[in-house]
Design a protein around this ligand. Structure first.
Ligand SMILES: *Cc1c(COP(=O)(O)O)cnc(C)c1O
Length: 378
């Protein structure tokens, strides 16, 4: 964990807004994931934080990657590019899954020469893949319950279990091979029952597919592994124990198990530090204006439904206050109820656990650039 004294030093050196990434924390999160889920290969979901330095750290730690666009693919592929053609082909499924069930024709055309593993969940996509990426291997994305997840995904993606085998058959009929199944239980899933239900649903589809002559070789259990944002989130080891028990019960050892953790690997590795640039009293309430906000590092408030807590370096009695970002939009509100001590212009505040879905969706709105990034312990 990045200490306050390190934060102060970095701010003195780099100014604000500042986004600090602790690579040691990323390595620890990855090691914990592998240790607690020994049967599961981790494909880091690059969208959580696509910083190439993070991809490098995870690549060096042995991770594989879930990408969803050509630019994300390129960030990862640069590590594979240098290998021999033979090794490259052995490697690509092992290192990359293109896990966006919907792909533009042009994207499929670009992907085809890599013979990648891609997900799909509908009949139109089969026709597109057949035409534009006939060398791709397929994983069928299933629709699974997302109950209680912070970010729900089941209304956008996933084939119902009722049509799953038809979608496998239809792929086979046009000469495509379905290697396995995937799902996503919803991001920041604190309801661990979702994983249990999804695994059982997938196991049902594996059996049904086998009856029709299709052997599934891999199960991709997706992302959703929660970051410890607050004390209500049960520890990862509790979730891992349940997942391991279901995996052992439902899937023979020759079935490969993949996962696509995003948030879990990077959320705790990021700290945002901002400066108080304005102060006012409105309706008797203290209001602070920061040089970072919802259009920038705090974008997860909007896109990720995540609330981040602010802390001050300064000590003293606290009061409830409002905290706003630097732009002229009223939407740029970080919090209407934050407990902070009396701050002066030029004081600093920080938020921990802001490494996922934060700077990744930062904009240039109103002319304010995204926060500067500093990497520690690379
Ligand atoms: C976003 C996403 C992930 C990562 O989800 P987390 O909840 O951050 O672990 C994994 N797989 C797919 C297909 C995704 O869209």
């Amino acid at each position: 964990m990045i200490s306050k004294s390190v934060m102060k030093k970095l701010v003195a050196e780099h100014g604000t807004p500042l986004f600090v990434v602790d690579h040691e924390e990323i390595r620890e999160n990855y090691a914990e994931f592998r240790r607690r889920l020994p049967r599961v290969q981790a494909y880091y979901a690059v969208k959580a934080n696509p910083d190439p330095a993070i991809v490098q750290t995870l690549y060096e730690a042995g991770a594989s990657f879930d990408v969803a666009s050509m630019p994300e693919f390129e960030i990862v592929y640069q590590y594979i590019k240098g290998l021999s053609a033979k090794k490259r082909q052995d490697f690509i499924w092992d290192k990359i899954i293109y896990a966006n069930p919907i792909k533009a024709n042009e994207t499929l055309q670009q992907l085809d020469r890599y013979k990648p593993l891609v997900t799909y969940d509908n009949f139109e996509e089969i026709r597109k893949i057949r035409k534009y990426a006939p060398h791709a291997g397929l994983a069928l994305r299933l629709r699974v319950p997302n109950t209680g997840a912070m970010v729900e995904l089941s209304s956008k993606f996933g084939a119902s279990s009722g049509e799953a085998v038809e979608l496998i058959q239809a792929s086979h009929d046009v000469g495509l091979v379905v290697e396995g199944l995937s799902f996503h239980v919803g991001s920041q899933t604190t309801n661990f029952e979702n994983y249990v239900q999804a695994l059982n649903l997938a196991a049902g589809v594996v059996r049904e597919a086998a009856d029709r002559g299709f052997q599934m070789k891999l199960i991709d259990i997706g992302g959703g592994f929660p970051a410890p944002y607050d004390e209500h989130v049960q520890p990862f080891k509790t979730l891992a124990r349940r997942i391991n028990a279901e995996l052992d019960r439902l899937f023979p050892p020759e079935i490969e198990i993949l996962a696509e953790p995003g948030r879990f690997l990077v959320a705790t590795a990021g700290v945002a530090i901002a400066k108080v640039i304005g102060k006012a009293t409105r309706d008797g309430k203290q209001c602070y204006y920061l040089d970072d906000g919802v259009y920038h590092t705090y974008s997860g408030i909007l896109f990720d439904h995540c609330q981040y807590h602010l802390k001050a370096f300064k000590k003293g009695p606290t009061q409830i206050c409002s905290v706003f970002g630097p732009t002229c939009d009223a939407l740029d509100t970080i919090s209407l109820a934050e407990e902070l001590p009396d701050l002066q212009l030029g004081d600093y505040v920080y938020s921990r656990n802001i490494g996922a879905y934060s700077r990744a969706s930062s904009t240039w709105f109103n002319g304010f650039p995204p926060a500067k990034v500093v990497h520690l312990n690379r």
